[in-house]
Design a protein around this ligand. Structure first.
Ligand SMILES: Nc1ncnc2c1ncn2[C@@H]1O[C@H](COP(=O)(O)OP(=O)(O)O)[C@@H](O)[C@H]1O
Ligand SMILES: [Mg+2]
Length: 233
């Protein structure tokens, strides 16, 4: 699903160039999840933005869902994001003037997909049915992030990217939101990349990587977190 080789991303640091991603290789098989951690400023968001075709690599090849992102035009990148990507941000980024239902169904509408049972089921699974007609401002942080997850899955994208999805949540909500995000992606067979500071969140992923000095290092396997009763079979 994701094939990255020799990825270099440089930033200008005063008068010199600094590689924040330094000949990085990264592969992820479809339907798998990976958690990426690393110090603040290590380049995690930059890497996600490159995978989302929101930023360009300076060198290397980045392929997602069979498409080479480096060589895409802006229009192709827009189409790629619309059809293939679901993104969850730390700040929720819901559309304030739209109801929960309209936020959640928005990506499906953009893609001309039918709206219905699938979206109702998503809201059910995420415990949001009672909030369907509310505006985001009337929801708690945990609820808003669950809406953002439903929206990211609305059009059954090939790849779901989440940048610190629990960064604004307390421990309890963080656990619940993580279970739902990892559990729903597994159930729907979606590939998931989550950037997180939290080892508890990372424990839900199939594998864990550490971004350090521009390189990705594989972290040892650990007993996976159990995805319990949040996601029904
Ligand atoms: N557009 C940019 N121009 C200059 N520096 C940037 C830009 N984007 C990010 N950086 C710098 O690159 C480094 C990595 O940033 P980022 O990817 O946001 O790290 P992380 O998400 O791991 O905290 C930081 O030092 C940041 O200040
Ligand atoms: Mg970041």
């Amino acid at each position: 699903m994701i094939q990255v080789s020799g990825l270099v991303k440089q930033i200008t640091d005063g008068h010199s160039n600094k590689s924040i991603l330094d000949k990085l290789d990264f592969h992820l098989v479809a339907k798998q999840s990976v958690a990426i951690s690393g110090d603040s400023g290590s380049g995690k968001s930059t890497l996600l933005n490159i995978l989302a075709a929101l930023d360009n690599a300076d060198k290397g090849v980045v392929q997602v869902a069979g498409m080479t992102l480096n060589t895409m035009s802006e229009i192709q990148a827009d189409q790629f994001r619309k059809k293939h990507l679901g993104i969850v941000f730390q700040q929720f980024n819901l559309i304030d003037c739209l109801s929960v239902w309209d936020n959640v169904t928005f990506p499906a509408r953009l893609n001309g997909l039918p709206i219905g049972t699938y979206h109702n089921d998503l809201l059910d699974q995420l415990g949001l049915n009672a909030h369907k007609n509310k505006l985001p401002v009337n929801l708690s942080g945990g609820e808003q992030q669950r809406v953002a997850i439903a929206r990211a899955l609305s059009h059954q994208p090939s790849l779901v990217l989440a940048d610190e999805p629990t960064g604004n949540l307390d421990d309890n909500n963080s656990q619940g939101v993580s279970e739902l995000l990892f559990g729903l992606c597994k159930k729907l067979g979606l590939t998931l990349v989550v950037v997180t500071h939290s080892p508890k969140v990372a424990a839900f992923a199939d594998s864990r990587l550490l971004l350090q000095q521009g390189r990705l290092h594989t972290l040892p396997n650990q007993p996976p977190n159990q995805i319990s009763n949040f996601v029904s079979a």
